[in-house]
Design a protein around this ligand. Structure first.
Ligand SMILES: *Cc1c(COP(=O)(O)O)cnc(C)c1O
Length: 338
């Protein structure tokens, strides 16, 4: 067994033994293979380096009590990768190839899938990049699709404890831009606001709708949700939000399992008093309760800066229970790796 203190893991890079890589050239993908080399050699003219022609995904493998390994809705990651690829003018990766690559990487690095009960998971990062000799602003002549992985703990320092966020004056995406695609450019735009937020001890930024700056869009790497005082689950709707698979899963669970009214709608910054609880959700963030939001000089506390609200807790336990195989999953949500 590998010697890792699973309970102490943060969200940090770790080189695991194997990764998958496949090359697209002349209109088709090659077979793809596992490699121990964590470096790639690409042309200096690669479009991913200059023009941001790339997209990526993030999903996790979960060790069950019986030792088997679950993937959570990897078909949805595959579909989203292909929607991002279309927006970035890149070839699609067939769903079968995507899921096979993910399974190969998890199995090859099985020792690094954290044991059940440690709270840690195996984070899986698929990415697709434009490569090959090029200098003009056009789509690349060749592409690489790769999948690598590493064991991780909580994304935000608190884990399932509330942390505070700050409203950013910057935008991460434009109204008709690439906000709904999981692409590096959106993240490049968020690095400076993120750096400034961390320096002031906030977990991350809250981005507003880029057209009017009056509504909450999302957190830098996770979607926003709120639980109203009359028990409705509300999450923002906008073409520049990244459609979070976790968010859609919570919408389903809130409605179907807890009988809550669920709404995708506008969340105005000046109407935060309607919420009893709020959180950030995503594969990496899971559900991270939001203690308070700093907006200029105003600091709005939701449930508490130290305690997790009861509805957030209930949703978290249902979601994580499903992911680790302790709670029955809606049909088609779980893919077994082994
Ligand atoms: C990946 C991502 C999320 C979370 O999506 P999940 O599918 O739930 O992991 C949220 N916001 C942004 C900007 C993202 O890139």
């Amino acid at each position: 067994m590998v010697n890792i203190k699973w309970e102490e893991l943060g969200f940090d890079y770790m080189k695991t033994p194997y990764r998958y890589i496949s090359h697209w050239k002349n209109g088709e993908w090659d077979e793809g293979h596992l490699t121990e080399d964590n470096k790639i050699t690409i042309s200096e003219g690669s479009t991913c380096l200059h023009y941001g022609q790339e997209c990526f995904e993030g999903l996790k493998a979960y060790r069950r009590k019986d030792g088997k390994i679950n993937l959570f809705r990897p078909d949805e990651n595959s579909k989203r990768l292909n929607r991002s690829a279309e927006r970035m003018c890149m070839p699609e990766v067939p769903e079968e190839k995507f899921i096979d690559a993910v399974k190969q990487v998890v199995l090859a690095n099985e020792e690094y899938v954290p044991p059940y009960g440690t709270g840690a998971t195996l984070y899986i990062r698929p990415y697709l990049i434009g490569v090959g000799d090029n200098i003009g602003v056009v789509e690349a002549p060749e592409y690489l699709f790769s999948v690598f992985c590493m064991p991780v703990g909580p994304y935000f320092k608190g884990g399932m404890a509330p942390t505070n966020f700050i409203v950013s004056e910057y935008d991460r995406a434009a109204p008709q831009g690439t906000g709904a695609a999981k692409v590096g450019g959106n993240y490049a735009a968020s690095l400076l606001p993120g750096y400034q937020a961390h320096k002031r001890n906030y977990s991350d930024c809250i981005y507003l709708d880029p057209a009017t700056h009056t509504k909450i869009e999302e957190v830098g790497s996770a979607n926003f949700f709120g639980i109203t005082k009359d028990n409705k689950f509300i999450t923002p709707i906008s073409p520049s939000i990244l459609p979070s698979i976790t968010k859609y899963s919570l919408l389903h669970l809130a409605k179907e399992r807890f009988g809550m009214e669920t709404i995708e709608g506008d969340v105005y910054l000046n109407e935060l008093d309607q919420f009893a609880e709020a959180g950030a959700c995503g594969t990496a963030a899971v559900i991270s309760p939001i203690g308070g939001i700093q907006n200029g000089d105003d600091f709005h506390v939701f449930y508490s800066e130290t305690e997790v609200g009861p509805v957030t807790k209930k949703l978290y336990e249902e979601l994580v229970g499903i992911q680790f195989g302790d709670v029955e999953a809606p049909e088609g949500w779980i893919y077994e790796v082994n």
